[in-house]
Design a protein around this ligand. Structure first.
Ligand SMILES: *Cc1c(COP(=O)(O)O)cnc(C)c1O
Length: 359
């Protein structure tokens, strides 16, 4: 960050933003990465790249963060909420085909907790029905599906570097893409709808307004912070893996015998260890658990509320129930999980959790 200040380039598109983009492009094997001010911004860029017409539809999981839907609704698309699988809480690939119709423009998948969706089947469906595939990979950076990096399947994929994610700069994101024409247009959308990059490449002698756009760049101060985090990606993943495996070794079997469901990672998926979740037998037990842990100074949190039942979702005409999403929203709890979680603290979380279930 000192280097960015001394170089007198702290706005967007600075040297550190380019270093981050190069690293992501190389590591993920994609055509290009565009660093943005958030994952939300990158999702909004995908919705602009889609060039949809009002009334077109986009299919996305009901169990996700608001931005996955909002980015498309801002462009006049209608969200169609798909339910998720019981085991991974990823979009249910077996029920997707029935949601596709002639108005469908895109399917957005979210690799929940960094565990890959069933990309073979979903990619094939998107291809055969002529709809775009988009990955909201906010949780899954450096995860893989059948040895292929998450974020490299869709025509577009987005990443988040929000404080709550594995790799962070406070607020930040990225858009991943493969096609040269998408990259050219993405740069214009990011640069307030101007052809500023064409000026820097010497293709024009002044830049002007050429398309829709907004301000989606990441300050180079934050890109510097982000680059340092990316450099530490292996040690960050190693720490998180140890934490995840310690929870799992303590709970697998023991808690399952008490009706608690634990994360499922299919054998062909490698996760970057974004979170550790448990699904308790019912909503009342979850409430008691969170309260009991809170009394012992341990902060446990729920996760997404079903988008199909939200005020905005209903206003947009969501009328199909998503029973798995709704049950997960009522019963899922996340345990403390962060890079610097101390061994002794984690042991206490484990002890209190086991004692709540009287194990
Ligand atoms: C965190 C998150 C986002 C939003 O990320 P920002 O960088 O805060 O905009 C979007 N989708 C999912 C699935 C997320 O977890």
């Amino acid at each position: 960050m000192r280097e960015a200040i001394d170089a007198e380039h702290i706005s967007g598109e600075g040297p550190f933003a380019h270093r981050c983009a190069d690293l992501l492009r190389r590591e993920l094997g994609v055509g290009a990465a565009v660093v943005t001010s958030s994952c939300t911004a990158a999702l909004e860029m995908t919705a602009l790249l889609l060039e949809a017409n009002p009334g077109d539809e986009v299919i996305l999981p009901a169990y996700t963060f608001v931005s996955t839907a909002n980015a498309f609704v801002l462009r006049g698309l209608r969200p169609v909420f798909a339910d998720v699988r019981e085991d991974t809480l990823n979009i249910d690939e077996t029920r997707l085909a029935e949601l596709v119709n002639e108005r469908t423009r895109a399917i957005v998948v979210v690799h929940y907790s960094g565990v890959g969706c069933e990309m073979d089947r979903i990619s094939e469906l998107a291809r055969s029905r002529g709809v775009e595939l988009i990955e909201d990979n906010a949780h899954g950076l450096f995860g893989s599906y059948r040895d292929r990096p998450l974020g490299s399947f869709g025509r577009w994929a987005t990443l988040s570097f929000h404080e709550t994610k594995n790799i962070t700069c406070g607020e930040g994101g990225a858009l991943l893409l493969d096609r040269e024409d998408d990259l050219r247009r993405a740069e214009i959308l990011r640069d307030k709808g101007t052809n500023r990059q064409a000026l820097f490449r010497g293709e024009v002698d002044k830049y002007t307004w050429v398309d829709l756009g907004s301000s989606y760049s990441l300050s180079d101060l934050l890109a510097a912070y982000l680059y340092a985090q990316l450099e530490q990606r292996e040690s960050i993943t190693r720490k998180r893996r140890a934490i995840w495996e310690t929870y799992d070794a303590a709970f697998r079997g023991e808690l399952e015998a008490c009706g608690v469901r634990l994360p499922y990672v299919p054998p062909h998926c490698v996760q970057p260890y974004h979170m550790y979740w448990m699904r308790l037998p019912d909503g009342a037990t979850r409430l008691r658990f969170i309260e009991a842990m809170k009394r012992r100074g341990i902060h446990c949190v729920t996760h997404y509320q079903p988008l199909n039942l939200s005020a905005m979702g209903r206003r947009l005409g969501a009328d199909r129930p998503c029973p798995v999403t709704e049950a997960a929203a009522d019963t899922l709890v996340r345990l403390p999980f962060y890079n610097e979680l101390a061994r002794a603290d984690q042991e206490r979380v484990i002890e209190e959790t086991l004692s709540f279930f009287a194990v």
